[in-house]
Design a protein. Structure first.
Length: 157
């Protein structure tokens, strides 16, 4: 009778991990480039009105936003249901706008301070009284470039 020899156990070679750091950094770089960071956490409901004659702001780094609308449901127990002013991530009152504009101007270069544009994002159901008060506060703060945010819709012919 013939004898059969048992085959030797061949072990699997080690996995080469030399290129692993390159792959990790490539993925990290991809997500860093494609991720958009949200600057402000909205605490008010805003449904901007529609406009037929609207144009985009060119230099967004020179734009500061003021949000006006009813507080979200989770904030209504604390702040009520009347329209409120949100500057950055906080609810503020109209007199606080001058300090806000001063801080925004201080964050800009000396040459760009006069180019600061204040964009009002106002809910379409907000009364004009609070908007007028805010415009007066902006005038006192010497922030004379004001824009209103809206959705652009096509004209009907």
């Amino acid at each position: 009778m013939a004898k059969f020899k048992r085959k030797k156990d061949y072990s699997v070679g080690e996995i080469n991990t030399a290129s692993l750091p390159d792959i990790v950094f490539m993925l990290l770089f991809f997500f860093m480039v494609t991720t958009v960071m949200r600057e402000v956490d909205l605490k008010v409901n805003i449904r901007v009105p529609e406009a037929t004659e609207a144009k985009k702001l060119e230099k967004k780094s020179l734009v500061s936003y003021i949000y006006i609308g009813k507080p979200l449901v989770r904030f209504q127990k604390l702040y009520g249901t009347e329209p409120r002013v949100q500057l950055n991530d906080q609810f503020k009152e109209v007199p606080d706008i001058q300090d806000f504009i001063a801080q925004e101007k201080d964050a800009l270069n000396e040459a760009d301070r006069n180019k600061l544009t204040v964009s009002l994002k106002v809910d379409e159901n907000t009364k004009m009284g609070i908007v007028t008060d805010i415009k007066q506060a902006l005038r006192r703060a010497n922030a004379l470039k004001i824009s209103y945010s809206s959705l652009k819709v096509e004209k009907l012919k």
